[in-house]
Ligand binder design. Structure first.
Ligand SMILES: Nc1ncnc2c1ncn2[C@@H]1O[C@H](COP(=O)(O)OP(=O)(O)OP(=O)(O)O)[C@@H](O)[C@H]1O
Ligand SMILES: [Mg+2]
Length: 253
């Protein structure tokens, strides 16, 4: 039985203005309905994820936890529109991703979504600065270098802009990946084990960074983590086991 606590109580100011449609404020930042992922294998179909229902409000911080192989990274990819579900649907700001083709999903991602991958996926032939400039260049921004430098200063990498990923420490590479995810000013930030493989102090610095950026910009955070410290910093926890959502605690709406 999934324990779900949704905030159905309107905010104090809701409904006081006739101009505000009651449904408008109820559109969640992210919504998944009956989300499932299956892959065909020689021995039969493998069910990776099944029947996941979740609504995540704007500015929420959500930890996705569960055993290795339970489907957390798969869920994150589906929620971010990086992969298509076998069943069910995902909406970002009320817009269903399933009605869009790959180009359409790419446009939504470019406008709204930041993603820190479990294996970082920095491009080895680009410098730290160029890696962070890339999402801005891809969406056609005239000035990519300015904002990329600013965010790298913010994550403490100002002195490493010309370094290639192989010339950076693990923690520095992680911070480049975080900077690249944040540089477009996404309203939704997904991070898959952002403190994985980092020592406690460096991991703590990355956590502080994520939440500082989150608070400054009101970004909705969805983080996969095995890190207790990081999970506790999030207001809400989703637990995935065997491809199913088995607990949803601390939801604020
Ligand atoms: N494309 C695929 N083809 C076949 N199996 C897959 C595919 N993608 C994922 N899986 C399997 O689905 C399961 C869930 O994978 P996923 O990467 O989502 O797990 P996870 O919860 O993120 O694990 P971890 O904590 O180790 O990162 C795993 O057993 C994995 O082997
Ligand atoms: Mg994973």
């Amino acid at each position: 039985m999934v324990e779900q606590i949704h905030n159905t109580v309107p905010r104090p100011d809701a409904g006081t203005s006739a101009q505000v449609h009651p449904a408008a404020s109820a559109v969640p930042a992210l919504r998944a309905e009956q989300l499932g992922k299956r892959v065909p294998l020689p021995g039969g179909e493998l069910v990776i994820l099944e029947g996941v229902d979740v609504r995540i409000g704007r500015g929420e911080s959500v930890a996705v936890v569960g055993p290795s192989g339970s489907g957390k990274s798969t869920l994150l990819s589906l929620l971010a529109g990086l992969d298509s579900p076998s069943s069910g649907r995902v909406e970002i700001d009320g817009a269903p991703l399933s009605t869009l083709d790959e180009d359409g999903r790419a446009r939504v991602r470019a406008a709204k979504v930041g993603f820190v991958f479990q294996n970082l996926q920095l491009l080895p032939s680009l410098t730290a600065l160029e890696n962070v400039m890339l999402p801005l260049e891809l969406r056609g921004d005239a000035d990519a270098a300015g904002p990329a430098r600013a965010i790298q200063d913010r994550v403490g990498l100002g002195g490493r802009l010309g370094h290639y990923p192989r010339q950076l420490s693990g923690g520095e590479q992680q911070r480049v990946a975080v900077a690249r995810a944040f540089v477009t000013g996404p309203s939704l930030l997904f991070a898959d084990e952002p403190t994985g493989n980092l020592d406690t102090a460096t991991g703590q610095a990355v956590i502080e960074l994520l939440f500082a950026l989150n608070q400054d910009a009101g970004t909705t955070l969805v983080l996969v983590t095995h890190d207790e410290l990081l999970a506790r910093r999030c207001r809400r926890t989703l637990r995935i086991e065997g491809g199913r959502l088995v607990a949803d605690t601390g939801a604020s709406g």
